[in-house]
Design a protein around this ligand. Structure first.
Ligand code: BYC
Length: 328
């Protein structure tokens, strides 16, 4: 669409800026330090392009796959008002994927190639969507706490350096803030409801807590991409900082509702930082690499959608072809 300079992610290099024109690189980095936005036709290092494609594409896949666990609850949401609200939320998530795929396309990778990498398991998407939503309370916890985590990440990164991604994030955040309110309202209803409702929402929180802790990415000590992404202002906070921000904002709200967090080590230390049980990073790696409880099911749904919609995309691309047989 804009550039055709998409770089193969498998390309090997010794240093991330090997072979770059030093003057151009310096000018690019000083634009970033001055807070300027980089636009699709501007010069950028190969690694910046590669990292952005990886991250934006994973984000887009997360939105489209993220519609699935909640989507299964549309027909079973309690009451017409909640069905309508959930339907609107799921539709928003798919819309976010469209915005993000368009942002990634500005870097030269086609949407077909991105979808292909998703359904063949080459590209990643958020760990959290590989777990099932067993009860209505699971759908409520997703809408409240996963959307909360997403907003923390997106509000920060919307101030980043790549124009199309930042503009997509700005728009997404506005819609996500409604999702958060909807999720919170549902969780409040359950947490202040009957004994069965309170137990149901606590059980859902217990199930979702470990994936939510994973959601912000591996700890800074083992994160692969944070350093360069922060240098180039693609990521505006580290994974651990985002996790701390989430705990700061949401643990008190969870406690206020009379719910407990399933981590006996969770507490604030003397430096006003949250301490918690180290998330199980082996489980995280297994899930993001295809071994979670729902990975196969999630990809099968997208594969099916790709197959069933292929004729539409082919028809749209074949602008010169004519109907040979009258339709009626
Ligand atoms: N899940 O070096 P690191 C939503 C991977 S959707 C899976 O720290 P980075 C919603 C990472 O990709 C919003 N994989 O990575 C939708 C890397 O692997 P590769 C979702 C993860 O990029 C519907 C490796 O681990 N939000 O809210 O510096 C309904 C090393 O990690 C995860 C986004 O997508 C993970 N959680 O930082 C409801 C935000 N974490 O690529 C709600 C956009 C890490 O080397 N993404 N990995 O094979 C980001 O902000 C960053 O990519 C991350 C990770 C903070 C997630």
């Amino acid at each position: 669409m804009y550039g055709n300079a998409y770089i193969d992610p498998n390309e090997k290099s010794n240093s991330i800026t090997d072979g770059e024109d030093i003057q151009k690189l310096n000018a690019f980095e000083s634009r970033i330090s001055n807070g300027e936005k980089i636009e699709p036709k501007d010069w950028m290092p190969k690694e910046y392009r590669k990292q952005l494609v990886r991250m934006i594409e994973q984000h887009a896949h997360s939105e489209i796959i993220g519609a699935l666990p909640e989507g299964t609850w549309i027909t079973r949401a309690p009451g017409f008002r909640r069905k309508l609200a959930l339907m609107a939320k799921v539709q928003d998530e798919v819309g976010h994927a469209q915005l993000l795929y368009s942002a990634a396309e500005t870097l030269g990778k086609s949407r077909e190639a991105m979808i292909n990498d998703l359904i063949t398991g080459k590209s990643k998407y958020s760990n959290v969507f590989n777990y099932p939503a067993y009860t209505w309370a699971d759908a409520c916890i997703i809408a409240w706490l996963i959307d909360a985590g997403a907003i923390i990440n997106q509000v920060a990164n919307a101030k980043g350096s790549y124009g199309p991604y930042c503009r997509a994030l700005d728009r997404i955040c506005v819609e996500e803030s409604f999702h958060l309110k909807y999720g919170h309202d549902n969780v409040v209803t359950l947490a202040t409801g009957s004994k069965i409702q309170r137990e149901m929402v606590q059980a859902a929180l217990n199930r979702w807590w470990p994936p939510i802790m994973h959601f912000f990415g591996p700890s800074d000590k083992i994160s692969l991409h944070t350093e360069i992404l922060m240098k180039w202002k693609v990521k505006m906070a580290t994974n651990d900082d985002m996790r701390q921000q989430f705990l700061n904002m949401y643990v008190p709200k969870i406690w206020d509702l009379g719910l407990t967090v399933p981590d006996s080590k969770l507490m604030k230390n003397n430096e006003n930082k949250w301490e918690y049980t180290e998330p199980d990073w082996d489980e995280f790696k297994r899930v993001i690499n295809g071994g979670g409880p729902c990975n196969a099911e999630r990809l099968a749904v997208r594969r099916n959608a790709e197959e069933r919609g292929r004729w539409v995309r082919q028809a749209l691309l074949a602008k010169d072809s004519k109907y040979l047989i009258p339709l009626a």
